[in-house]
Design a protein around this ligand. Sequence first.
Ligand code: PLP
Length: 396
Amino acid sequence: MDSLHTQDKKYILNTYNRGNLVIERAEGSYLYDIEGNKYLDMYAGISVNNLGHDKKIAEIMAKQALKYTHLSNYFVSEPVVNLAKLLVENSFASKVFFTNSGTESNEAAIKLCRKYGKQFDKNKYELLSAYNSFHGRTYGSLAITGQEKYQNSFTPLLSGVKHFVYNNVESLRESVSDNTCAVFLEIIQGEGGVIEISQEFIDEVISLSKKYNFLIVIDEIQTGIGRTGDLFAYEKFNFSPDIVTLSKSLGGGLPIGAVLVSKKLEDIFALWDHGSTFGGNPVSCACGVYVLESILNSNLLEEVKQKGALLMDGLNSIKKSYPNIIKEIRGRGLMIGVEVNNHINKIKELAQTKNLLLNSTANTVIRLLPPLIIKIDEISQFINIFEEVIFELSNC
Ligand code: PLP
C-alpha cells in the first residue's frame, strides 16, 4: 500500500505544505510519530491546543456525544448556553454568536458591521483593516486580510474594503471617513510575523471611532483564550471593543468560533439575518466550557506571563551570542516571534532532527506558540535545543 504521504498527495487538494512526519498520538506538550519518536510541540496546532494535548477533552467529548452530538439551532442546548454565559461573564460582551471557524467568525462580524452602518447612512459600509493582517480565507475575511499574496488569484473580492498601515496613525487617519462602518484589528498580528499594536495606535483608533461612529472589531482568533497571558489580548489596552472574534483554542481542538458583541449591538441581527447549521456544536461547546473553566479556575494566565518571560530571557541570551542569525525577538506571553531572515528553513529542519517542532510565518519569523501548559523544564529543553540549532547553523 502507498504511504500515508503518497495517499495524502493523491486524494487531497494540494493547499498545505505538509511536513514529513506521521503523528500517531499526542500528549501534553509532545507529539509522537509512528516510529515512536517524541517531539516537543511548539506549534500547539497553531494556537489551538492551548491546554496541550489534553486527554480530558476526549472524556468531555464522549460525555456530551453520548447525550447528543447535534440537534440543530432550532433547539436550546445546555453546553451552548453555558459557553456563551462564560464568555459574556468574562469579557466586555453582552451576547455571543457561535460559528465553526475563525474565518466564519469574521464573516459574521462583517455582516453585522455592515448592517450597523446602514442604520445611519446607506454609504456607511466601508470596512478597514491593516496591511499585513490576516483574517481568514473566505471572501469577506479574505478581502479584509491585507495581504495581496492571498488575494491576487481570487479577485474580484468583496468591495468597500480599505487598508491602512498597521501602527501608522497618519495612514489610519487618511483611511477613515463617515463611510467607515468598522475597523478590524489584530492586537498582535500573528500570520503577519508577531507584531504588536502600539498604545498610540489603539488610542487613535478609539478616538477616531468616536468621531466617525465606526465599530472596533478585534480579531482574537489567534491571541484569545489566554495565549498572551490575559484571557483576551485587548485587555492590556484598557478599552472595550465593540466586537471580538474568536476560534482556534476555544474548543480545545474541536472546531468552533464565536463572535462576541457589546450591548449596543445585541439587536442588530434580526431573526434569520445570520445562521449556521453546525455553529455552536454542542460537543465543541462542552469542550469550550472545559477550556474556559480550566483557565479561569487556575493560575494559568499568570503562569503564561511567567513562562513567556522565561522564554524571552532564554531567547534574548541566544540572540546576544548570535546577532547575525537572530535579528529580533518580539511578542507577549506565549506568542513569540523570532526574526531569523533567510535562515528559517534550515532552523526548522535542524530543530526537527533534534525532536523540536517549530512553526514559521511571514517567511522569516519562527512563531513560537507552545501549549500554555508547557512546563518550566520543557521551556529549558526548548532553549537548549534552540541554542544547539543556532550554534550548528553558525558553523555551517
Ligand atoms: N484571524 C486570525 C488572526 C488568524 O490567525 C486566523 C487563522 O490563522 C484566522 C483569522 C482564520 O481562522 P480559520 O483558519 O479558523 O478560518
